[in-house]
Design a binder for this molecule. Sequence first.
Ligand SMILES: C[S@@+](CC[C@H](N)C(=O)[O-])C[C@H]1O[C@@H](n2cnc3c(N)ncnc32)[C@H](O)[C@@H]1O
Length: 281
Amino acid sequence: MRVARGRGARRHADPYRDVDAQPDGARFIEALETRGGTPTQAILRRRFLRFVPVRSGDRVLEVGCGTGVVVRDLAGLVGARGRVVGVDRSRLLLRAARRLCRARPRAGRITLRVADGARLPWRAGRFDATLAITVLLHVSDPMAVVAEMARVTRPGGRVGVQDQDFGTVAVEHPDPELTARIFTGVENRIYENRFSGRRLPGLLRAAGLGGVRLRTDVYQDTRLEPYTKSFLERRAENAVRFGIVDGRTAQRWLDGFTALVAAGSFVLTMNYYGAVGVKPA
Ligand SMILES: C[S@@+](CC[C@H](N)C(=O)[O-])C[C@H]1O[C@@H](n2cnc3c(N)ncnc32)[C@H](O)[C@@H]1O
């Protein structure tokens, strides 16, 4: 693993708020597809879709669909009578999503369009289920997005949100204090709230949804999967960019993980919280 050189430091500099403005947009396409294809990630995503649940024949909206990882799963679940709509702020990611969805069975059931989650272009009550998966973590006003999701959901329909929670990352490393300094320092500069996962049930209740349920799943990696590797490399890169550590310390930190992998002792776990609420009739 190597520390890449980052650019400019800003507070709440979350690139997912505006992927199209990033100089290295292709990197986000690759990151989302790498995560989507990681077997443990696919399992926890599909468990969440069963938990919502998404049923055959449903009209489903995914807010912040990115490259369409979830949309492709949804197309299989809603079947020939259902409908899947994905929206995202990023034209770049939607272009990739169109290309990746085209080859899929039931691609004709998928519609992709540019929209902001806080201003959805539909009348009220349009969808049976409305989802946002690892999106609320990235938005400045998650309540505005959840309120819009609730508005476009039909009475009796479901609003489902899933987010990782960086406060739950447990990773083995010979220098746990340095690990904590890098994680906390970087996450506080990038995210409005690094504990976003655990807040989801409260957000759904505050939006007036009923019967709120929570399901917690754990992402577990003992082999340093490509997704985990890039997650740790980005933390190291940002720690240098934000002046939390110097380049040499960041490289030493990454080398600590490499040594653990070689010894068969690498462990990283992170909780994913999935919350679902029902729109009152
Ligand atoms: C981490 S990605 C998740 C993509 C997809 N849900 C998945 O799980 O693969 C977050 C996505 O949210 C989108 N996004 C961020 N803010 C948004 C907003 N206000 N409205 C719509 N999409 C937004 C980003 O462009 C990005 O595609």
